[in-house]
Write a protein that binds this ligand. Sequence first.
Ligand code: ZN
Length: 309
Amino acid sequence: MADHGIHHVTAIAGPARKNLEFYTRVLGLRLVKKTVNFDDPGTYHFYYGNSSGDPGSILTFFPWEHAAPGRAGVGSAQETSFRVPESAIGFWTHRFLEKGVEHAAPEKRFGRSVLPFKDPDGTSLALVGVPGTGAETADPEGEIPQDAAIAGLEGVTLLVGDAPRTGAILTDVFGFHETVRDGSLVRYRGDAGLGSTVDIRDAKGFLPGRLGAGSVHHVAFRAADDAAQEAMVKRLAEHHGIRTTEQKDRNYFRSVYFREPGGVLFEIATDQPGFTADELKERLGQELKLPPFLEGHRTEIEGVLPALS
Ligand code: ZN
């Protein structure tokens, strides 16, 4: 049985180089996989995560050099958060000041310290201080000490147009449970260590979100393997009247997709085979990796991808 939680979050960015610089150098995440968008191979697909590239630690980006800015609204993610040790919030506040990262003052939410900030494209992010959090630092520059390293995702806040139906899918299909309500916000928790918080904000009647730089494209939830995924697909159809896409092979996981009733694009991704499917853990993210069906076009693809340094 898999842990119940988020597998990865995928967002849209502007220029690739700026995105890479921010997530690896400023936040100290590991570039776990450098590949291309399988549906648009002239575009990079960057996967950032913890040093092992565990499910639940992964935030991915499609960087488009000339992406227009997105807009938050119904059917979009309002914020994506990472988990850090509680004692590290001060370190990160100083670091954001020093690096000129747009951020707000730390605040308390549901008893936890939260430091909201934005990446260079305006993506709304936050660091959440969680007691007992430990992580192996993946910082290539060694500027981020072990006791301040980002462990992985904490979760997402979603703006949805039909909160009860979104909540029902989280609990009935993805194994989350409702823990607390505060006005129009309902918090759901899974049992995975990382990526186990989903906050649903009822935004019925608001403008729909618009995809673009700084916005989340989809949220992927974990299934242990094909059989677990199939069981979820069946539950979605039988209990919620929702059909998913056919399964797509994403090389590092296998996925189905569906638009949930609140408007957000959801994915169900298998934990198998994982990011070490085509390179050693020690070498994750170092080379441009292509799926077998694109390997024959490597020269052409490398020729159109934007420069990273
Ligand atoms: Zn995905």
